[in-house]
Design a binder for this molecule. Sequence first.
Ligand code: CDP
Length: 209
Amino acid sequence: MKNEIVAIDGPAGSGKSSVARAVAERLGWAFLDTGAMYRALTSEALFRGIAIDDQDAIGELARSVELVTSPLVRVNGRDVEEEIRSEPINIAVSVVAANPQVREAMVERQREMARQQPKGTVVEGRDIATVVFPNATLKVYLTATLAERSRRRGEEGVESVVRRDEADSTREASPLRQADGAVVLDTTSRTIDEVVGEIIRCLKNNTSN
Ligand code: CDP
């Protein structure tokens, strides 16, 4: 049976996690927050005192670490659910995520996780529709104004959001960009429910063609 995938990409604070989680619930599918994987890996690197720019050491960690994102985010059995949203991780994660060895290891894990789902998976991140699942059933790109995205990010602050977006979209390995054929949705003045409804409508239209 074909593995159904809804792939959702977009910059920080565009609403990916809330929307993706709700779409998965409506469909009865699994939900995969790939940002949590990059954040958890970063947390483990800091925990072990590995320099985040040591590409080989971080690459090796990415291949060997035990990572779980549901129901709680755990790395090598350690609960990092809260820590991964902290400022040190916000700062270091874009460097870790730009490492090609890390991306290769994470993409492989993400495809494997989706393969194991009996129905389908809603996956969100930066490179999901472009690199991880280019043949997804539906591709979505979420956006919102910078003011709204920073408001949603609260404590992180506008400077950090701008810095992370800049790093994520200008890096060489799998930069954030709209995939060909992606439905673009601006979430600035829409509720989560409205965006979820729109995605479900697009999915129904797509699969009935
Ligand atoms: O929630 P927010 O959009 O702020 O961030 P996130 O989805 O938790 O992702 C955190 C960081 O992980 C991003 O800033 C990217 O550097 C990286 N990331 C990535 O490179 N590729 C993905 N598929 C997901 C996240």
